[in-house]
Design a protein around this ligand. Sequence first.
Ligand code: MLC
Ligand code: AMP
Length: 503
Amino acid sequence: MSKNLYALFQSRFPQDMSADFIKSPDGNNLSYRELDQQTAQMAGALLSLGTQTGERVAVQVEKTKEAVVLYLACLRIGAIYLPLNTAYTADELDYFMEDARPHIMVCTPEKHDKLTPVAQKNSVPHLLTLSNTSTGSLMDQCQGAKPHTDIADVTGDDLAAILYTSGTTGRSKGAMLSHDNLASNATVLHKYWGWVPDDILLHALPIFHVHGLFVAIHCVLMNGSSMWFLPKFDAKEMITLIPQSTVMMGVPTFYTRLLDQPDFNRTTCQNMRLFISGSAPLLEDTFTQFEKLTGMTILERYGMTEAGMITSNPLDGDRVASTVGYPLPGVEARLSQDTSGEDAGVLEIKGPNVFKGYWKMPEKTAEEFTPDGYFITGDIATISQDNRVAIVGRAKDLIISGGYNVYPKEIEQVIDTIEGVKESAVIGVQHPDFGEAVVAVIIADPTQDLKQDDILANLRDQLARFKQPKNIFFLDELPRNTMGKVQKNILRQNYADLYKIVN
Ligand code: MLC
Ligand code: AMP
């Protein structure tokens, strides 16, 4: 069989092709037959624009079924899909376009004018639009295109997608994921989580990250079954659809927001088989409260852009709070050598799911692998005698806010360019809704009288909203150790109670 991931999915389509793949609350569903036809049509449109195998198709659009079709059409023709967070500003997109040099960039109609000069500057041949009502120049291109029903013959190592992740240096890196990377993870997860023919997934995650795009959608495709497809998370809407679903995947914020709903209870969850959480640590308190209220035990798993899913609590057997379970079949996990003797160490992993490296960054890629080929995750973990993994910290300076990664370095670099700012330190502070919130501490020139609003106004066009600090504090100096390094742990302690709810 072809190594193309689309061929794998196609081999799993249901016998009855009129069955729903996407279910929409407004009745605008998509059957498997329509999926296959529309993917072929979209593939024809991409080819008519001269897209070659291995060329990038960058996409920043709302969550629609056409966006899923576009992703699958890219697989089908062997192009590399490059999804981008809808919150990214034109400044941020400039970097991605310059780095990835896509053949096509697809954006929303509202962003078209702003992105036109950016696309021109980076010699992107085609800037197309896709709206959330199935219109736009991409859809026009589809109308006139000849359906392309073939599936490109790729090798397992050929790239299926590039997903950008920020880094501790402040510069985003494109993680290159191959058809085999994605196929192996999808196959393992489908089996490990015991998907059954009538499963219905409730999908409320964004589709520009590993969690919503690969983990969630791939499991449904491997199962040949259907999903409720919501444009975004809305706790009230979730409560009306949970009774009509059997599996839900979410970041911890989904679970805390559901728990806050007065009409969410055991009856709501009667039809559910599995609640899965990941992308950020699930607090023990959330795990316990959820179990008490619904009688269901959340299954926590752990993953990252560079490797998809890495470990998971078991389907059968104990799901233990504050642990992320066992390495998935085929994945080897160990702690870094230099911490031997201690309980915790940096988690290193190897397996068919581990990415092919960072786009155009061979040195950076080499730095993040051990000499014997393990990927250094940057997460600090413990591994028990029976191989159960718990994530206990991070070796990387990273904030995870509502499941989105924010690298303090990137924010500090932007803040430091603002006139009147001498230096800054960005930290994560515990937050009841987002898990962690971004907070900036700034040392400013006293003659300039800078205020929080001045800083935020300056960041508005430069950084996505979720990266912008929720609070800014001005200090006379930053705490430093004897080596002159900023002591972020002291800052974190000082602001630890900032968002604490006082009962
Ligand atoms: C939105 N805002 C956020 C935010 N999301 N701020 C910080 N962190 C976030 N995650 C901003 C909004 O722009 C808005 O700004 C304000 O906060 C309140 O917005 P909201 O309406 O309450 O937020 P909402 O739209 O409901 O979004 C919250 C959310 C969403 C949690 C539902 O962020 C989300 O879907 N997160 C999932 C992220 C995810 O899929 N991660 C997977 C990565 S893959 P204002 O002030 O303008 O109103 C990965 C690997 C793995 O990590 O293991 O899975
Ligand atoms: P990303 O780069 O967006 O894919 O984020 C990956 C990071 O999210 C990991 O390196 C972890 O730090 C974190 N992460 C994912 N799942 C979990 C989890 N279940 N518990 C703790 N951290 C997690």
